[in-house]
Design a protein around this ligand. Structure first.
Ligand code: HEM
Length: 460
């Protein structure tokens, strides 16, 4: 008789199906996965240490967590994997913007937009970002003096959204408009979560909150079209992302982008540019509050490199421990805890057969906890990101920004923002969890704290 492990090996040799956990009739493993999908995926990775097929009633998902397998899907054989029906469900917000676009049209747009996010260019934006942060932090003085808690997630969103509109679109939007924008994006994000999770249902299916979402997108559209119109009418040649989009010309026809095409890229940049960065910061404040020794070390670095001044770019590059804190925080709480792909045609991953049309779920939340690459995976140890330790790990053991050709276009901007905001907040405040606030993760397409992360910004 063959043992369980032997039969897995035989399946693999024969290009068979990957291992699959026990499930219930009709719904498969869905009831086990639903209560906490990131943790369930982690358990599957620990149990099988392999590719896993999850049968979920409506269909199967192939869970990819091992670095070699991630490399296969996202880099070595990326042509065979596209974003598929799941991402099609986000078109109501992103249209044909970069994050959804595919093929030659994606390549052209990525080529066009990439220079706006280049490292050197982003570095030059630092003083603008610091100005936004300084202004916002001044508004914390009164709640700080009164010992009043702030929902730190909302505060971080206001900061990162303020930075993105100012750096990429040269706009000064007032607090009220930023709050409306942020509220509308949150409504749309909830709808994205619902639509992605139900991608197998027909478009007409009556999903919850559809009407609120339509209204939110209409409000965002009005804002974005107004931004485009005002810039076109101003005739100004401004050197920012919006300027680049407006100036772009098709090589063959000489035609510029339509307002709709520009709207889609603006929407993707606004959304992609603030939400994930704010989530990363929010979890970082929580982790720092829970780990006073790490918090202390980061504050010492900030004090010794900057004193009380806002940082220059050269100084930011010296905030190495602060960068490691941000990296370690995104290891434990990757803002995108999963991303998905669909197989165009049949393939083989790690010796297992992947049928055409298979749904692939890449789960950084699990990969970032694989004990072969991360000692005591649940512990918060920024030292893991010292260069000598990074060199000893497979490249795809850490993928918060994705990998391969569709890797996050805004990653340099995001890292700079994370360091800048951590340093500037630490210079003035010490956010501490408010009494009575218990942090329970709420899982959607992103990871947030249920009921918000309420913290009191003690003055240092
Ligand atoms: C901590 C912050 C951020 C994280 C963790 C993050 C993560 C990611 C990930 C994982 C992807 C790839 C998704 C996939 O392959 O399916 C991605 C793509 C993308 N990100 Fe980010 N991101 C962050 C910040 C930003 C910022 C600041 C911007 C822009 C201002 C941005 C714009 C984009 C865009 C446009 C794409 C699509 C790229 C393409 O498909 O060519 N992101 N991001």
């Amino acid at each position: 008789m063959t043992t369980r492990i032997e039969s897995l090996v035989l399946d693999r040799r024969a290009g068979g199906a990957p291992p699959s956990p026990h499930g219930y009739p009709l719904v498969g493993a869905l009831p086990r996965m639903l209560p906490d999908a990131p943790r369930f995926c982690t358990r599957m990775m620990l149990e099988y240490n392999d590719l896993v097929r999850l049968d979920l009633g409506f269909g199967s998902i192939y869970l990819v967590t091992l670095p070699d397998h991630i490399h296969h899907v996202m880099v070595a054989n990326h042509d065979n994997y596209w974003k598929g029906d799941v991402f099609e469900r986000t078109r109501f917000l992103f249209g044909n913007g970069l994050v959804v676009n595919e093929g030659e049209s994606w390549r052209r747009q990525r080529h066009l937009m990439q220079p706006a996010f280049a490292h050197r260019r982003v570095a030059a934006l630092l003083p603008i970002m610091a100005g936004v942060v300084q202004q916002r932090l001044a508004a914390w003085e009164a709640p700080s003096a009164a010992g009043q808690p702030l929902e730190i997630g909302r505060e971080m969103m206001s900061l990162t959204l303020g930075i993105i509109v100012k750096t990429m679109f040269s706009l000064s939007i007032d607090e009220r408009e930023l709050a409306v924008m942020s509220h509308c994006f949150n409504t749309a994000l909830e709808q994205i979560t619902i639509r992605m999770a139900t991608y197998f249902l027909p478009e007409w299916f009556p999903l919850p909150h559809k009407r609120a979402c339509r209204e939110a997108v209409a409000t965002l559209d009005a804002m974005v079209y107004r931004i485009i119109k005002e810039r076109r009418e101003s005739g100004q040649d401004v050197d920012d992302l919006l300027g680049m989009l407006l100036a772009a010309r098709d090589e063959a026809t000489g035609e510029g982008m339509t307002d709709l095409e520009i709207r889609d890229e603006v929407m993707v940049t606004l959304f992609g540019g603030y939400e994930a960065t704010a989530d990363a910061l929010t979890w970082t404040w929580h982790l720092l509050d829970e780990h006073p020794a790490v918090d202390e070390t980061m504050r010492e670095e900030v004090a010794s490199v900057l004193g009380g001044r806002p940082p220059t770019f050269e100084e930011i590059t010296r905030l190495t421990y602060t960068a490691q804190v941000a990296q370690e925080s995104m290891r434990l709480y990757p803002p995108f805890w999963f991303y998905n792909r669909t197989a165009r045609s049949e393939d083989e991953i790690g010796g297992y057969r992947i049928p055409a049309g298979a749904q692939i779920l890449i789960c950084p939340y699990a990969t970032h906890r694989h004990p072969d690459f991360w000692k005591v995976p649940e512990a918060f140890h920024p030292e893991r990101f010292e260069p000598s330790q990074v060199a000893g790990r497979p490249r795809h053991a850490y993928v918060p920004f994705g990998t391969g050709q569709r890797m996050c276009v805004g990653r340099h901007l995001a890292m700079l923002e994370l360091q800048l905001i951590l340093a500037m907040v630490a210079q003035r405040y010490h956010p501490r969890l408010a009494p009575g606030c218990f942090v329970v993760p709420k899982v959607g397409t992103s990871l947030r704290a249920k009921g918000g992360m309420w913290m009191i910004p003690d003055r240092v």
